[in-house]
Each structure stands twice: as structure tokens, then as C-alpha cells.
Design a binder for this molecule. Structure first.
Ligand SMILES: [Fe+2]
Ligand SMILES: [Fe+2]
Length: 239
């Protein structure tokens, strides 16, 4: 397991003792603490957030930094898909007014991110081409139970986990990307993505009791981290 291969910093240990409510309220500050300045990325200590059972490996950071153009293209696809997920949930549950209101905002924001990434791609001369998806999202979606209300709970929590992982990984790119303008862009997205996973989690607690949410989130978070325990060979945001 990734976590057992690497030392856990005192900060991460502290984070792991926070409640999810605490984690949500302070995630933008604490989710990605700086890796030690003297260490290369490969030797960096892992950071994680309470939603995620295991932090991203330094190997993913190295692979992503070595293939920034591909990561940018995949990022564009991720933002478009994130908008689509929010829209799909609005179509599936059109009478859940709080869900519709919150996901309207998320869909709008994801499309803004999509446009921002696409502008960067255009400036770098990278066409908006197709890219094969890693197994991450499909494997997570396969966990969604078909019957309601389980289907709604699982959909919200899987979206929360994907947003949380995106937040973590964009933060790592913001920390280590050697191109200052690009690093600044990644950092600018972190707060939005943190807010998104918070919204999905709060929506889950709106429609389900906290214990049910907690138990299912733990199960799904284990699956999420297990998928990423093996680094997908192609550079992607969710490799
Ligand atoms: Fe986004
Ligand atoms: Fe998002």
C-alpha cells in the first residue's frame, strides 16, 4: 500500500484526526501542505485529506510533470465530464430543489474551468483531441448500487471522492509544476474543487442520515484509493 511505503508527516497525522466537518471547513488551507523544500518529489512525504484514504504517490506527480501537455488535455476532458455529471444528476433528480440549485452552480463552474483549460491548450497549440480514459471513473461508477435511494447516495459520494482527488492532485501540480503561470492556474482551481466535494458531501447528508453517509463513504473511499494504488501507465489526472 502506498501509505505504508512512505512516512506520514505530523501534519498529515493531525489531519487524519479531524472530523469530516473540520476537514471541509479547513481543506483549502490544509489539504496540500508543502513537501519539504530539500526533498525531490520522489522522496516527498504524502499529504492527504480526510475524504481520501490514501494520498497520491510521488510517482504520479513525477509522471504528470513529465507529461504536462497530456495532463492538460486530460484535465480539459475531466472538467467537461464534471459538468456533465452535475447536469445528469439534475436531470435524474429534478424535484430535489437543493440538489438542483447546488449542482447548477457546480456545472457552471466546471464549464468555466473547461473554458480556462481550453484557452491554455490553445495557447500551447494543443488540439482538443480524444484521449483514452483511465479505469478510475468507470471503476468507481461500477460501485453505484442500482436501486434508489442507494443510487443517489452512491452517486453523490463518488462525485465527492472524485472532486476531492482532483482537488488534491491539482494542488500537487500547483505546488510542483515548474512553469509558474501554469502552477498559478492549478492553485487557482483548488478552492473550487474543494468546495465541490464539500457540496456533494453536504448534499449526501441532506438526503441521508450521517451514519449511513459515513459508512458508505468509508467503503467507497477504500475502493477509490485501491484503484490508484496501481499507477495507470498513461499520464492522466486520475492515473
Ligand atoms: Fe473543475
Ligand atoms: Fe469540480
Amino acid at each position: 500500500m502506498l501509505g505504508s511505503q512512505l512516512n506520514v508527516s505530523p501534519l498529515v497525522a493531525t489531519l487524519r484526526t479531524l472530523s469530516w466537518g473540520d476537514a471541509l471547513s479547513c481543506t483549502a488551507k490544509l489539504a496540500i501542505a508543502p513537501y519539504p523544500e530539500s526533498s525531490p518529489v520522489v522522496a516527498a512525504k504524502p499529504q492527504t485529506i480526510k475524504f481520501l484514504q490514501q494520498p497520491t504517490s510521488p510517482q504520479w506527480v513525477e509522471m504528470a510533470l513529465s507529461h504536462l501537455d497530456t495532463i492538460l488535455l486530460d484535465h480539459s476532458h475531466c472538467e467537461r465530464k464534471a459538468a456533465g455529471v452535475a447536469l445528469n444528476l439534475m436531470f435524474r433528480y429534478p424535484s430535489n430543489s437543493k440538489l438542483v440549485r447546488q449542482l447548477t452552480a457546480i456545472a457552471q463552474e466546471e464549464l468555466e474551468h473547461f473554458e480556462q483549460v481550453n484557452q491554455i491548450l490553445e495557447r500551447r497549440g494543443i488540439p482538443l483531441g480524444p484521449l483514452s480514459a483511465p479505469p478510475y471513473a468507470a471503476t468507481l461508477k461500477a460501485q453505484i448500487r442500482p436501486q434508489e435511494p442507494d443510487r443517489l447516495l452512491d452517486s453523490l459520494l463518488i462525485s465527492a471522492l472524485i472532486e476531492a482527488r482532483s482537488h488534491e492532485r491539482l494542488g500537487l501540480l500547483g505546488e510542483f509544476c515548474p512553469e509558474p503561470e501554469l502552477a498559478k492556474f492549478y492553485r487557482s482551481l483548488m478552492a473550487s474543487e474543494a468546495r465541490h466535494y464539500g457540496i456533494y458531501w453536504v448534499l449526501a447528508t441532506t438526503y441521508f442520515d450521517p451514519e449511513t453517509v459515513t459508512q458508505r463513504l468509508q467503503q467507497l473511499a477504500t475502493v477509490e484509493s485501491d484503484i490508484l494504488a496501481t499507477l495507470h501507465p498513461e499520464p492522466r489526472i486520475h492515473s
